[in-house]
Design a protein around this ligand. Structure first.
Ligand code: SF4
Length: 319
């Protein structure tokens, strides 16, 4: 298994000239800056169904409650082809081990939210839809984190999305030879500080879910899938500074007795500065990481929180 998480991406975002007019819509943060830390798997659903480049524009149309993908100029209907392609491709992507998907916003095939939907012959569209490929992918894979590239321009959203991708990647690495009860408990335990920092209620809820499902005799593979689906649903909300700062204090509490008074004071001040918005998250995290390494104390539970996104990506300095 690759050491970098694999993520699916709308092909035009990585610079492939596959848009209807023969252009790309390269999102360089992803295609150039982050590509050292992620394995990108480009997919263009419209090329995938044989539409070619260049091609006529298509749109989502709703008639009598039924959503279709139509060429408005001649009425050609691509709905069935797109649904069939999306089902097959979504299954292929999931079984190839992708840990997330970045979709191109506004596209009737790839857009995740607020995609234009036309009603009958009304020329005014309502922004209420989801592209057909994105719709099928997300309903078949509710456990895989997804986002549109527009939201990745916000460092907070980008950091949070990538932390969900890495959380998924860890889950995949542990489960790749099959799940059993011990592995699920191990994963939950190793991620308890991570969950505390992002969706604190989930530590208890998921712990209870695991116990109940095993009492009911549910197969471990199904428990693991339900675990990740519920966790990702809860993680689909941005975390708050206070939660992260509180978790840093918990980390410090685990080894503060090994630090000198001034070392401890230094970390406390940096956490305080981060909580107040004066310092970036990287300031206390880098120092915590430094002391954990110096005293040989780093364990999986703490590193899952401290390196929930690789520090080298530089995002922690911007949030
Ligand atoms: S938005 Fe999706 S369908 Fe459109 S060009 Fe990009 S990858 Fe292809």
């Amino acid at each position: 298994m690759s050491s970098n998480p694999k993520i699916g991406v709308s092909a035009c975002l990585v610079g492939q000239k596959v848009r209807y007019n023969g252009d790309a819509a390269e999102f360089r943060t992803l295609s150039r800056k982050w590509s050292d830390h992620l394995e990108l798997v480009p997919v263009c659903p419209e090329v995938g169904i044989g539409m070619g480049v260049p091609r006529p524009t298509i749109r989502l149309v709703k008639n009598d409650g039924k959503l279709s993908l139509i060429n408005p100029k001649n009425g050609d209907d691509f709905t069935d082809k797109m649904l069939e392609f999306s089902e097959i491709q979504s299954d292929l992507l999931a079984s190839s081990g992708i840990c997330g998907f970045v979709f191109k916003k506004d596209s009737p095939s790839c857009g995740l939210d607020r995609v234009k939907v036309y009603r009958g012959s009304n020329p005014q569209a309502v922004r209420e839809g989801r592209g057909l490929f994105a719709m099928v992918f997300t309903s078949l894979n509710p456990h895989i984190p997804v986002i549109e590239e527009g939201r990745l321009t916000d460092p907070k959203q980008a950091e949070h999305f990538l932390s969900r991708v890495h959380f998924f990647h860890e889950w995949q690495n542990i489960g790749n030879t099959g799940w059993d009860a011990n592995k699920i408990m191990q994963f939950h335990n190793e991620n308890k500080l991570f969950l505390l920092s992002r969706a604190p209620q989930m530590k208890r809820i998921l712990g209870r879910m695991i116990a109940t499902r095993f009492d009911e005799g549910v197969h471990p593979e199904n428990v693991a899938l339900e675990y990740m689906t519920e966790a990702q649903q809860a993680l689909n909300v941005l975390t708050k500074k206070g939660r992260i700062a509180h978790t840093m204090e918990r980390v410090l509490g685990r080894f503060s007795h090994q630090l000198t008074k001034s070392e401890k004071q230094e970390v406390v001040e940096l956490i305080h500065g981060f909580r107040k918005g004066i310092l970036p998250r990287s300031a206390p995290l880098v120092l915590l990481n430094h002391y954990l390494r110096r005293y040989n104390l780093n364990d999986k539970i703490m590193s899952r929180f401290i390196k929930s996104v690789p520090l080298e990506m530089g995002l922690m300095a911007r949030v």
